[in-house]
Ligand binder design. Structure first.
Ligand SMILES: O=C(O)C1=C[C@@H](OP(=O)(O)O)[C@@H](O)[C@H](O)C1
Ligand SMILES: C=C(OP(=O)(O)O)C(=O)O
Length: 446
């Protein structure tokens, strides 16, 4: 792919359909749950991207039989009922937060295992100490490097019991604990020391435990914590476990008609998704989009005419999508104020700073606080966007770049390091370009 990549804008309203890839969050949870189940599970409609390949490779390095088929989008995995075959391994988690956090708790279940877990330099800056501390309260022996990766884990199974956790920096800590909890001798009773946590991700985890055979009566959730009873089985899914389409990836296609007008069917997402990020669709309705849901898709329509309404308020519960909203803010009527995003300064990059930087490069007036961004529209200036190795920075500005800012169909935005989208959506820019071509052709046929 050309780097920086010039994006050719849409000169016609978007028309057609797009299928979003399988969910990263669900694929990586399902891999862990299937490994913990007893017997073979076939995962279907899996995401094949860097983050899921990292999880697959980690499980293979731990001695699990995992067979991916990228063409069929399936992964088959032979679960061992809580056993982890290899007792020594070096696990590489790249910059995959789900892999780092989920595997840390998972590895503690191994009887007599000794592991080292590490990632790329940015992963060595991402929060993990609170999770390690809590696992140590439950019988793990994890040593961090000054609070960060690399970790060394001396595993002896988890005794479980009561523990506290501060999961305000990442909900993945709680999801990681909950997935390991059924195999802890006494289960796990976790008290949240700070109740600001992205609950929708934890709800997804609990729902998936039920899908893998853990009785609902073994799982209790309240405002202040979670109580997971011991339960010696997860159920394998030999007939297949269907991974939903990725709701965070869908946000780009909910936003695209708002940016360029038209009608787009987004296939693979449903209104009653397990993923909280589906709520981004309501924010696009607030902006003025009309959305019709079918059993397996959303049809998103935005009529030419008025500029989109500006957005205001918290993106905390679905913060992976704040970047999408920030990127289209220059096209909105007034100031967009996005709040609740302080924690995203510690993700793939400092996302608040990265979005502020990109928006300033294209001439926007931006006010940044620790946890918010206010974007006041100003005339768009051609620029190259720095993406800071962050797939969502690249994809969000990719959507804005589809707007024909110069009015002549010529590219005005270039995206640096576009291949960083391989983390969750390897062919994103090809999909965008093919939608542009579909739309041009649909208009010339009409
Ligand atoms: O559990 C998950 O699948 C995720 C939880 C969220 O992370 P944090 O809770 O760390 O923000 C989200 O940003 C990430 O993309 C996926
Ligand atoms: C924050 C993200 O990923 P993770 O935490 O899983 O690395 C993301 O995909 O936006």
């Amino acid at each position: 792919m050309q780097d920086p990549l010039p994006i050719r804008p849409f000169t016609k309203p978007v028309r057609g359909s797009v299928t979003v890839p399988g969910s990263k969050s669900i694929t990586n949870r399902a891999l862990i749950l299937a490994a913990l189940a007893d017997g073979e599970t076939l995962l279907e409609n899996c995401l094949f991207s860097e983050d899921t390949e990292i999880m697959v490779k980690a499980l293979q390095d731990l001695g699990f039989e995992v067979t991916p088929d990228a063409e069929a989008k399936t992964i088959s995995i032979l679960g061992l009922g809580g056993d982890i075959p290899n007792k020594e391994a070096e696990i590489f988690v790249g910059n995959s937060g789900t892999s780092a956090r989920f595997l840390t708790a998972f590895l503690c279940l191994s009887e007599g295992g000794q592991y080292r877990l590490d990632g790329v330099p940015q992963m060595r800056k991402r929060p993990i100490a609170d999770l390690a501390q809590t696992l140590n309260q439950l019988g793990g022996q994890i040593e961090t490097t000054d609070g960060f990766a690399p970790l060394t884990i001396k595993a002896q199974g988890l005794a479980g019991g009561k523990a506290t956790i501060d999961a305000s920096s990442s909900s993945q800590f709680v999801s990681a604990l909950i997935m390991a909890a059924p195999y802890a001798e006494q289960g796990i009773q976790i008290e949240l020391t700070d109740t600001s946590v992205r609950r929708s991700y934890i709800d997804m985890t609990l729902e998936m435990l039920v899908q893998f055979g853990i009785p609902k009566s073994n799982l209790a959730a309240s405002e202040t914590g979670y109580d997971i009873k011991p339960c010696p089985y997860y159920k394998a899914k030999p007939q297949g476990y269907q991974v939903e389409g990725d709701a965070s990836a869908a946000s780009y296609f909910f936003a695209l008609p708002v940016a360029v007008t038209g009608e787009l069917e987004v296939l693979g997402v449903t209104q009653n998704s397990l993923q909280g990020d589906i709520a981004f669709s309501s924010r696009m309705e607030e902006a003025g989009a009309y959305i019709e849901w079918t059993k397996s898709s959303a049809i998103v329509r935005y009529e030419p005419g008025a500029e989109p309404e500006s957005l205001e308020g918290s993106f905390y519960p679905y913060s992976d999508t704040f970047l999408t909203a920030a990127a289209i803010a220059p096209l909105c009527q007034g100031t967009t104020k996005i709040e609740g995003i302080a924690h995203t300064r510690h993700q793939e990059c400092d996302r608040v700073a990265a979005m502020a930087d990109g928006l300033k490069r294209i001439g926007q007036s931006v006010e940044e606080t620790e946890g918010s961004l206010s974007i006041s529209p100003a005339p768009l200036k051609p620029a190259t966007i720095a993406t800071y190795h962050d797939h969502r920075v690249a994809m969000s500005f990719g959507v804005l770049a589809c707007f024909d800012a110069l009015g002549n169909g010529e590219p005005w935005l270039k995206i640096e390091d576009p291949s960083c989208c391989k983390k969750t959506f390897p062919d994103f820019f090809e999909v965008l370009e093919s939608l542009r071509q579909q739309s041009e052709n649909a208009s010339s046929d009409a």
